[in-house]
Ligand binder design. Sequence first.
Ligand code: PLP
Length: 487
Amino acid sequence: MELLANKLSDINFLTSSEESKKNYIRLVERTAKAITGSFIDSTSYSRLTPQELNKAIKVDDLLPAQGIGEDALFEKLEKQVLPNMLRTSSTDYMAHLHTLTLVETIASELIIATYNQSMDSWDQSPAATEIEVEVCKYLCKLYGYDEKAGACFTSGGSQSNMTALMMARDWFCNTKLNHDVKKKGLPANYSKFRFYTSEISHFSMDKSCHTFGLGYDAVVKVPVDSKMKMDMEALEKLVAKDVADGNIPVCCVVTIGTTDYGSIDDAAKARKICDKYGMWLHADGAYGSAVILSDTNSGRIGDLSVCDSITVDFHKMFLMPISCSAVLAKDDANFEAFELHADYLNREEDEEAGYTNLVGKSLQTTRRFDALKVWCAFQFHGKDGYSSIVNTTMDNAHYLYEQLKADSAFQVFIEPEISSVVFRLDASDDVNKIVRRKLIHEDGIVIGQTVYDGKTCLKFTLLNPLVTHEKLDSLMAEIKRLGAASK
Ligand SMILES: Cc1ncc(COP(=O)(O)O)c(C=O)c1O
């Protein structure tokens, strides 16, 4: 017993004891110092190759018989891990829809981890449940829904999209086929179900249909026009042809900010087609939904309240730590798809008495209190603060596009609608690929790479409001220099 007590005395928890509080504050400060100590210059990455990195982070024994203790652990973190972490707040990082984080939302993460609330039942997260409910109500209002609407936080855009598509499928089976899919499973004609989305939409639609047992063939890829937006005439033709062929149109997904180009599909036109054919309309706003907070550009995303459901990702353009996303439904009743009761968790009699158990709205059971980040960031920055963030990034994209267009060393194709710019050096695919790798390993600069019209392209995903026009000029100059050296 004594031996066990000795061992436990080395283990730290935050309790009401003064000693534990002192230790908590000390450890948080030590961690913050270790993190800030790794921000040694303005680059985003240590430049190591995958092989060098693997060697650098290796430890002899991941689970040693005796723990190594705090000092030795911090030594390893400070020498091996932190210096090699990607620094997303660097203006040299612009590869993906993955962002730097507002410092006050990092403070929210500390609160989230310390209290470790689980959002599945009220008795595991009383205040957190009430906050998530309030945040969800506000979000529904923000995107133009009325009080019939509802929302729930998820782990990210992929899960938000899957949740929405599952609601669409269940709604379709229940209301159009009079088939209780939740109880009976898929109907006999399920292989004819069709979900329409543009050919450049996010692959979470394919993953969702695979998960639902419908398969990739259920996803009809609609061509895009010259601005990379879903071609609405082509959508209508494809739906009409499917109906003529005996297939069953269930849902259309418009993308409000495609992953590569930030192009925005026309939700209003898609609504008309969905109404004509009795389909659900989902807006994947994982990227572009933040544009609603811009004082001058919010009209660009259209009126999303015409959609039956909307994905909003806060860990993209809203600059919050991963994970943080929400799925909104115009009619809260559609979340019924996830409602199940367990005696030990979410008793119906408690819910009737006003205890909200959010497990009934989610694919997850144990779930993080991510809504706190939205609550904190919205209060802290307000509409004004967010408007400047969004406008700055959109202005940067416009500036970069104009500079690239005017420079014969580059080719640029699509005028950005939000904050991503796809371009290439006027050189071979190989040169473009080599330049991106050299940027990482020679300069510590990380940018994106994709394919446009069969050609390898480079991509700047400009979510960082600290990026300036001068910074963009210097990056273009560096890309040209590396391109010339790589021919
Ligand atoms: C348009 C779009 N939808 C959905 C997703 C998936 O979001 P997540 O990575 O949060 O799952 C992404 C990711 O980049 C995206 O660009």
